[in-house]
Design a protein around this ligand. Structure first.
Ligand SMILES: [Cu+2]
Length: 205
């Protein structure tokens, strides 16, 4: 049995070899095999490509880690605001700003969202007179939103609603892009008129 298989095996190999070659598939298989080395050489080309891909792959995480490091090193890394601009204030609730004429104290009670972000924001402002008394019936002749570096503002004019307690809701503060924004409020109460400006670095959410 085993001898018969040993004797048959070369015959079967020879037969299959002969049967495949005259079948006409042999040229096809030869072109396939010639295509296979081409694919192999192509595989050699991709393999260096993948090796360089492996080389770029570590460099890509390296750059990603560099980005992470930059973001971690300073949150202003991806920030659209210059880090050396000392006029930029850090947003916090109840941020007080004495008016330029020292007649009215402006207190930014909060921003919703806070800190202000690109999009529609609502500020709540508290107005106090020089003695620290609430000013419940002020008007806002001008509210200016301005990007000082780009020299443009917002096309939307904010609307003001008095809450009756000396606080005012400033609606539709539309910040159309990230960057440094100046928020200049001019408030008037009787003959008292004063202006204060807040400066924030506005980010995407
Ligand atoms: Cu801008």
């Amino acid at each position: 049995m085993s001898r018969a298989l040993v004797r048959l095996a070369p015959l079967l190999l020879a037969f299959t070899a002969c049967s495949s070659s005259p079948s006409g598939r042999a040229p096809a298989s030869s072109t396939e095999t010639s295509g296979t080395p081409a694919a192999a050489s192509g595989a050699d080309n991709p393999s260096p490509a993948t090796s360089t891909g492996d080389g770029t792959a570590p460099s890509a995480p390296a750059s990603a880690s560099a980005d992470d490091g930059g973001a971690a090193a300073s949150e202003a890394g991806p920030s659209p605001c210059p880090s050396n601009d000392t006029s930029i204030e850090t947003y916090q609730a109840n941020l007080m700003q004495m008016g330029q004429s020292k007649q009215i104290q402006f207190v930014l009670v909060d921003s919703k969202p806070g800190p202000p972000i690109v999009g529609i924001n609502t500020f709540t402002l508290r107005l106090l007179d020089a003695s620290g008394n609430a000013i419940p019936s002020a008007t806002f002749p001008t509210i200016k939103l301005w990007m000082p570096y780009m020299r443009h503002g917002s096309s939307v004019i904010p609307s003001v609603m008095s809450n009756g307690d000396g606080t005012y809701s400033i609606h539709t503060i539309d910040l159309i892009m990230a960057g440094v924004w100046q928020f200049t409020f001019t408030a008037q109460s009787g003959s008292t008129k004063d202006t204060a400006m807040y400066t924030f670095c506005v980010l995407q959410h």
